[in-house]
Design a protein around this ligand. Structure first.
Ligand code: IMP
Ligand code: MG
Length: 173
């Protein structure tokens, strides 16, 4: 069945906002190297666009977690699938996420990362859905706050589809 997707946040809006976040990070970390950590696979598009727009040196690493569940809701059990390639001790780490929903994934990752003693640690998310929060955790920077709807595009999927849409959309019922 062909699903209809309507645009929630346009490509221009997303890209302008990513530029703002990139400028803010470049100013805040001036003279330092930012170590971006992306959570696969959803954050990849956002992380690349962010990194391209930053004017300071950036290094990158990725990790992968799974939260068991079906296409649109998670069970709450988070499991590490792929760990980082490099240690983060003493580095200025910025964790890049696609969306904060219940907050379970990020609270798991924050705990894991803080045990590894980075010099500094920040969370940046493309989208935040605060209405759905179960675990008390907030991002340091967020591009857009979204309503409690299932969103796709710009890295976000529905059963692995739609990650490549250049905008944020919602699947029409
Ligand atoms: P949390 O652990 O509940 O905060 O869930 C975070 C993960 O659930 C995100 O990294 C996404 O992979 C996925 N997710 C949550 N909401 C959406 C959505 O609206 N669209 C697509 N994926 C979502
Ligand atoms: Mg994700």
């Amino acid at each position: 069945m062909e699903e209809k997707i309507s645009v929630l946040i346009s490509k221009e809006q997303v890209e302008n906002r990513i530029q703002e976040i990139a400028d803010a990070l470049s100013a805040e970390y001036a003279g330092r190297v930012v170590h971006l950590i992306g959570v696969l696979k959803g954050s990849v598009f956002f992380m690349c666009e962010l990194a391209k727009r930053m004017s300071i040196p950036v290094t990158m690493d990725f990790m992968s977690v799974s939260s068991y569940g079906n296409a649109t809701s998670s069970s709450g059990i988070v499991k590490l699938i792929k760990d980082l390639d490099e240690p983060i001790e003493g580095r200025d780490v910025v964790l890049v996420e696609d969306i904060m929903d219940s907050g379970r994934t990020l609270s798991y990752l924050v705990k894991l990362m803080s045990e590894r003693k980075p010099a500094s640690f920040k969370i940046i998310t493309l989208l935040d859905k605060p209405e759905r929060r179960i675990v008390e955790i907030e991002p340091d920077m967020c591009c857009f706050t979204v309503p409690d709807r299932f969103v796709v595009g710009y890295g976000l999927d529905c059963a692995q589809k739609y990650r490549n849409l250049p905008y944020i959309g919602v699947i029409e019922e």
